[in-house]
Design a protein around this ligand. Structure first.
Ligand code: S3P
Length: 164
């Protein structure tokens, strides 16, 4: 079983992924953490020093590499849907793609801005980013899980889903 979590920054992908890892005994990898290790610097520094185009290239390579892993929960960066090739790679490698949907209001209440270059200076940019991506998240996912209630509820729904 291979699961990829997609969705906006701050929607809960990493937290949910880590909980699933504890419950399911799968590997858990966060693509941003993986990229930070490979590049040996923070995501914000990659954006500042090399730019978004470079980051997206590194992100695409990370997806290609990580898609070969088995029994894995992959928490992806919010922007992977910007390049359909990322989604094609995940699908070709038999990932079940789950869109974690959380309202922008809730995201704003809880998100940490520092390591998120796209909203560092203006958190309300989340609205325009979401309107650009909402349809992509929906179109590319196999399942949609709401994360507007408790985390526990979202996790239970995913566990039920993948036990089917
Ligand atoms: C991005 C989301 C971030 C990170 C980068 C770009 C985006 O990941 O990859 O800052 O374009 O939405 P998270 O979704 O894990 O915050």
């Amino acid at each position: 079983m291979k699961i990829a979590l997609i969705g906006m920054m701050g929607c809960g992908k990493s937290t949910i992924g880590q909980e699933l890892y504890k419950r399911l005994n799968f590997k858990y990898i966060d693509t941003d953490e993986y990229i930070e290790k490979i590049e040996n610097r923070k995501i914000t520094d990659i954006f500042n020093e090399k730019g978004e185009v470079y980051f997206r290239k590194v992100e695409n390579n990370a997806i290609i590499k990580l898609s070969k892993e088995e029994d894995i929960i992959l928490s992806t960066g919010g922007g992977i849907v910007k390049d359909k090739n990322n989604i094609d790679v995940l699908k070709e490698n038999n990932f079940v793609i789950i869109f974690i949907e959380r309202s922008i209001e809730k995201i704003i209440e809880s998100i940490e801005q520092e390591n998120r270059p796209l909203i560092k200076d203006n958190i309300s940019k989340l609205y325009s980013i979401y309107s650009e991506r909402e349809n992509l998240y929906k179109e590319y996912s196999d399942h949609i899980i709401q994360n507007n209630d408790t985390l526990e509820k979202a996790i239970n729904e995913i566990v039920e889903l993948i036990n089917l």
